[in-house]
Design a protein around this ligand. Structure first.
Ligand code: ANZ
Ligand code: ZN
Length: 858
């Protein structure tokens, strides 16, 4: 096993990499127990697990390389590191493959997993593969069903009627994100709003805690915490009840939610959502058509934000609580049924949407907040609403108050009249998890006409997906399966129906990190394992999951804690969000996108289509550098890169280019450069062998200092996720070793060993290969402790001081760190430029700030 490539001039990565992967594997270097032995510090590194689309892409390579560097480094620092891998395997693409190609979703998924597992293994990741699972394994989703039932019992799951986006062609509910310009993203059919009974996770029960606990996450990016806080969206405001001028259909009043009760006297209309009962109560001609029109508009906030503000006057009117006037009730397309009360009072001077609406329909605009310094007689609102603080006016008993005081005063007055109260409102909605799809985790309940919703007894879990399914019909295959849903009620034994909804795939990824601690347990998690391993110490993934996935996981941990499965509420103690991998894009003469391998770059910077005949080369337009995507064909296949250069080169380049939180540009020249460095390190070590002894010369001391400074600098860089800095330091260190004179021989072994050990988290295969060459039979680098820098050697022996005359820089001098002050002044005065600046004048004051400056006052 420990044999080394024959040709010392060239590192044969293709032979070496699989050999070391096998060595790690056979020594089970990365396997950890479900419960670490007492006293051993644990460290849990996790990258967001992949969706098994079929092939790994460069984004995966970056993500898993980052995690692997952390895992290898922490392992060397003495932690017992858990670094698992699995598959987020349910979801629509598998069903589409089934529809389009007639393959069963399971078959498609497991084939993709096999392929991607093999590709990942070639990267040399320090993973504990014994923990691997896919969320579509019945062993996993069965435990998820068990959790679902626990949550149901604890009141964290509810069944409730709600408005959904319904795709009439695909016969399914669509998420807001799947409604594009009012049409289903796949079918293109106009989306309808439909009321359906759906399953919800009661995430709003934890809203205050989910918000407040963000403060405890001191190793999360501020940006992500802010996005979460905005999503949870706490606002303080009031509910105000308006009496109808004439009651309709049993309704005598309408309640609105507002964050600006102080603007109540600036009201000019009241508006309700199209789904609001008052909308349906309007008998005016055209009302029903307008409501239908609103229903075909997507429900997402983004869509509503952008859509033109439109309304319909119902002809109904409400009475103002204080000023004795009445105002019209409109149906407005920008009022959401799901937020607040589904009704607002419109104050055009204080809200831009209300102002746009008022201008369009010619409704009054009365300013009620006077900006600081403005003149009440002349201040007017044109096209921009005034939303900042100021002094209230035109507002009866609120006149003269500042905005916060007016809010309090008006709430008091409303409460006194019994027409409203102060409330806190949350933007967060409960999480609707019902999906009318086959390839997901079946919701484990049975509907009985007599008993209602009956949980499937735990002993009967998992509720397995049927294998024989028909994808040729639209709609949910579970629903039209001939037998699957027909079961007897577990309670009364009468014929009953299985729930045919499956869970949103975000449910699957909301607790997988906990399952990794005891992946084969016959319960969702074993308490000893999760108590030992959680929270995840370092979680790494894309910013695109900053909101939903992380929030759902935080909800699940709380739910699991409250149902006795876990102790921790926060699943991820540290979060790192990496940037994207980008690449140039290319277009042929006819405007078609070209893959990088179809393009040949010329020395003069132009590009042509590779292989086009001489004399009639097809020119290529080199386009923008953008994130890799299949549609633009600017992708690079990791498998091809590994074939060509090896995994270490791919890892090294992807770490070197930019700080990991930023985007990195993959380029052929960059990859080639990384490959040259791999070979250079190889030659640096192999051509130094055998290592001769030498005397403790000044040159040897200098190399030892370079070694220990490199250890200190790389350690700091790895501790702080500055992996590109670690790479740069290793480059410098390699140069220092190469440049060291022959008299430095005594320090050479230490330097070379340090070089490969410092590089080992990034280039683990090369490190093993060279370690075996330097110290045959001394075991694996992957099992060595991290190097400690000798502080005495790290400390600089000289410092550079700035020498000023009258505060102006005139020279710099290099002095021993512990130099006497008088000696420093003498050295500074000896500088020619300093003498010239003093011009023979008398020195009145000498200032010395150790390690920084010398200043002469003349
Ligand atoms: C009157 C008012 C006057 C408002 C003013 C704002 C400015 P946040 O901060 O996001 O909670 N609103 C309330 N319910 C709504 C719904 N279902 N659909 C659309 N808009 C709704 O926003 C609260 C504000 O958004 C509320 O305060 C209400 O408009 C509007 F000068 O009430 B405001
Ligand atoms: Zn029953």
């Amino acid at each position: 096993m420990d044999q080394v490539s024959a040709d010392p001039a060239r590192y044969d990565f293709a032979a070496a990499e699989p050999r070391w992967q096998e060595a790690w594997n056979s020594h089970a270097v990365f396997a950890v127990p479900d419960v670490p032995p007492p006293g051993v510090p644990k460290y849990y590194v996790l990258e967001m697990f992949p969706y098994p689309s079929g092939k790994i892409h460069m984004g995966h390579v970056r993500n898993y390389t980052l995690g692997d560097v952390v895992a290898r480094y922490k392992r060397a620092r003495g932690h017992m590191v858990m670094h698992p891998m699995g598959w987020d395997a349910f979801g629509l693409p598998a069903e589409n493959a089934a529809r389009e190609r007639g393959i069963h979703p399971g078959q498609w998924t497991y084939a993709n997993i096999a392929n991607m597992r093999a590709e990942l293994k070639r990267m040399g990741l320090s993973l504990d593969w014994s923990r691997e699972f896919a969320t579509c394994d019945p062993e996993y989703y069965g435990q998820q069903q068990s959790l679902f039932l626990d949550f149901l019992q604890a009141g964290l799951v509810e069944q409730r009627e709600s408005w959904v986006n319904w795709d009439p062609v695909d016969g399914t509910v669509l998420a807001n994100e799947q409604v594009i310009d009012g049409r289903g993203w796949r079918s293109g059919a106009p989306v309808e709003k439909k009321k359906l009974i759906q399953w919800f996770f009661a995430i709003t029960k934890y809203a205050p805690d989910l918000l407040e606990s963000l403060n405890t996450l001191d190793r999360w990016p501020e940006r992500v915490k802010l996005m979460q806080a905005n999503w949870i969206g706490r606002s303080e405001g009031a509910r105000v009840r308006f009496a109808l001028e004439t009651p309709v259909a049993d309704m005598a009043e309408v309640e609105v939610f507002t964050t600006r009760p102080d603007t109540l006297f600036g009201m000019s209309f009241l508006a309700v959502a199209a789904e609001h009962p008052l909308a349906a109560a309007s008998t005016r001609p055209g009302a029903a058509e307008f409501i239908a029109e609103c229903r075909s508009q997507g429900t997402s906030e983004a869509v509503i934000e952008q859509a033109e503000k439109r309304g319909f006057d119902t002809g109904l009117r409400v009475k103002h609580p204080f000023n004795g006037q009445t105002y019209p009730i409109w149906i407005a397309n920008f009022v959401l049924m799901e937020y607040g009360t589904g009704a607002i009072f419109g104050c055009p001077s204080g809200d831009q949407r209300d102002l746009d609406f008022a201008r369009k329909y010619d409704l009054p605009v009365l300013p009620v907040v006077l900006p600081p310094g403005a003149d009440a007689a002349s201040f007017a609102i044109a096209d921009l609403a005034y939303t900042d603080d100021g002094t209230i006016y035109n507002s009866d008993f609120l006149d003269g108050l500042a905005v916060p005081d007016a809010k309090r005063r008006v709430i008091d007055a409303l409460e006194a009249k019994g027409q409203g109260q102060g409330v806190v409102n949350w933007r967060l909605r409960d999480w609707g998890v019902s999906r009318q799809r086959y390839w997901g985790c079946p919701i484990p309940v049975i509907h009985c006409d007599d008993c209602g919703v009956v949980p499937v007894p735990k002993a009967e879990l998992p509720v397995r997906l049927p294998e024989d399914v028909d994808f040729s019909r639209p709609g949910n295959p579970l629903d039209h399966h001939p037998s699957w849903k027909h079961v007897n009620c577990p309670r009364c034994a009468k014929p009953a129906r299985r729930e045919t909804d499956t869970c949103d795939t975000f449910v699957d990824s909301s607790w997988y990190f906990a399952r990794f601690a005891s992946p084969r347990a016959a319960m969702p998690v074993t308490r000893a394992a999760v108590d030992a391993w959680l929270p995840v110490d370092q979680y790494i993934g894309g910013i695109e999951h900053a909101i939903l996935h992380l929030l759902y996981s935080r909800f699940f941990s709380r739910g699991m804690r409250d149902t006795g499965h876990l102790s921790v509420a926060e699943p991820f103690a540290g979060l790192f969000t990496q940037g994207m991998v980008t690449h140039e894009s290319y277009k042929g003469a006819d405007g078609r996108w070209l893959y990088p391998e179809e393009v040949e770059k010329r020395a003069d910077g132009t590009a042509v289509v590779r292989g086009s005949p001489a004399g009639e080369e097809e020119p290529v337009t080199v386009g923008r550098v953008e994130s890799m995507s299949k549609s633009k064909r600017n992708t690079v296949d990791p498998g091809a890169i590994i074939n060509r250069y090896g995994a270490d080169t791919a890892r090294w380049f992807i770490l070197s280019d930019n700080p990991p939180e930023r985007d990195m540009e993959w380029s052929e020249s960059g990859a080639a450069g990384a490959s040259r460095f791999v070979q250079r390190v190889w030659r640096l070590v192999t051509t130094s062998l055998p290592l001769a002894e030498g005397a403790e010369t000044p040159a040897a001391k200098k190399l030892r200092q370079a070694t220990h400074r490199a250890i200190a600098a790389v350690t700091l860089a790895l501790e702080t996720f500055a992996f590109n800095v670690a790479v740069a330091r290793i480059h410098e260190f390699a140069n220092a070793i190469a440049d060291a004179p022959a008299e430095a021989a005594a320090a050479k072994r230490e330097a070379l060993e340090a070089l490969i050990r410092l590089a080992s988290p990034m280039m683990p295969h090369l490190a093993e290969e060279l370690w075996a060459a330097l110290r045959p039979g001394a075991g694996l680098v992957a099992q060595l402790p991290w190097l400690e820098a000798d502080e005495a050697l790290v400390a600089a022996d000289t410092v550079t001081l700035a020498v000023q005359v009258l505060g102006k820089l005139r020279a710099t001098i290099e002095v021993p760190v512990d130099a006497e002050e008088e000696a420093i002044f003498a050295l500074a005065l000896a500088e020619e430029n300093v003498q010239r600046a003093i011009e023979g004048r008398e020195i009145r004051k000498r200032i010395h700030v150790r390690g920084r400056i010398v200043n002469f006052v003349v």
